[in-house]
Design a protein around this ligand. Structure first.
Ligand code: APR
Length: 230
């Protein structure tokens, strides 16, 4: 069977592009209340606060540049056409900007907007607000097209299909605490897929993997890609 690789990335892959992670010390969830800015209930209570939070995320993502980890994953896909599926929990768009094409951004994209009235999606302006109008229906019902806690992630059917036919699952820079992504390693293990974790330091879920590679993503990921490509 030819190699078929599913890669799952989290905030750690973008840390060296200058974007903060969530649960590391001093991370985003030390600075903001997750319930306030990343739940539908928080948005209903105070949409202006939520817009401010994602306006800042959008600006930081736009200013950030892909790092060698993003670039190595794009190189892997180019060298193994049709055999690499990249699933990311990140909303920053850096994988796509590095040149990856087969990307499932399961938690949405901060540079996209969504109308809660008519479900129209479009490229977000740099700042969204409670006054922003949907270009399709004209209502002031705009939100960032990101997946909040309590909502269903995007692309789950396609991701599951890719996972079930994968020969290798590689999980990079995620704490493995947010489901369903955190459960991918169990799904893969159950069907005998080789599992690899790449993280700055062994995570709380490292025991679930066949192999653990410790190191900063900007070095560990290019080294792993070189190994795969021989
Ligand atoms: N290289 C590799 N890994 C790193 C690096 C680095 N330079 N820096 C940090 N990490 C690792 C940390 O060790 C940690 O395990 O990245 C992980 C970041 O974990 P989290 O902050 O929990 O981020 P993530 O797992 O992506 O969060 C999942 O939670 O809040 C939600 O929706 C948000 O998509 C996010 C989800």
């Amino acid at each position: 069977m030819p190699e078929s690789i599913v890669i799952l990335t989290g905030a750690g892959v973008s840390a060296e592009s200058g974007l903060g992670t969530f649960r590391d010390t001093g991370g985003i969830w030390d600075q903001y209340s997750l319930e306030d800015v990343a739940t539908p209930e928080g948005f209903a209570r105070n949409p202006a606060l939520v817009h401010d939070f994602y306006n800042a995320r959008r600006e930081q993502a736009a200013e950030a540049r892909p790092n060698p980890a993003h670039e190595a994953l794009a190189r892997l896909e180019r060298q193994l056409p049709g055999r690499v599926t990249l699933v990311t929990q990140n909303i920053d768009g850096l994988h796509e900007r590095a040149g990856s094409r087969s990307v499932y951004p399961m938690h949405g994209r901060v540079d996209q907007a969504l109308c809660t009235a008519c479900a129209h999606g479009w490229q977000s302006p740099s700042r969204l607000s409670t006054q922003a109008t949907c270009p399709a229906c004209g209502q002031t019902t705009c939100r960032p097209d990101v997946v909040w806690f309590g909502e269903v992630p995007y692309h789950l059917d396609a991701i599951e299909r890719a996972l079930l036919r994968a020969t290798q699952l590689v999980v990079i820079g995620t704490s493995g605490t947010v489901y369903p992504a955190a459960g991918f390693v169990e799904v893969a293990s159950q069907v005998g897929t080789h599992t690899v974790e790449i993280n700055l330091t062994a995570s709380e879920v490292s025991d679930a993997f066949d192999r653990v590679i410790e190191g900063p993503a900007s070095q560990a990921v290019p080294a792993w890609v070189d190994e795969v490509l021989g």
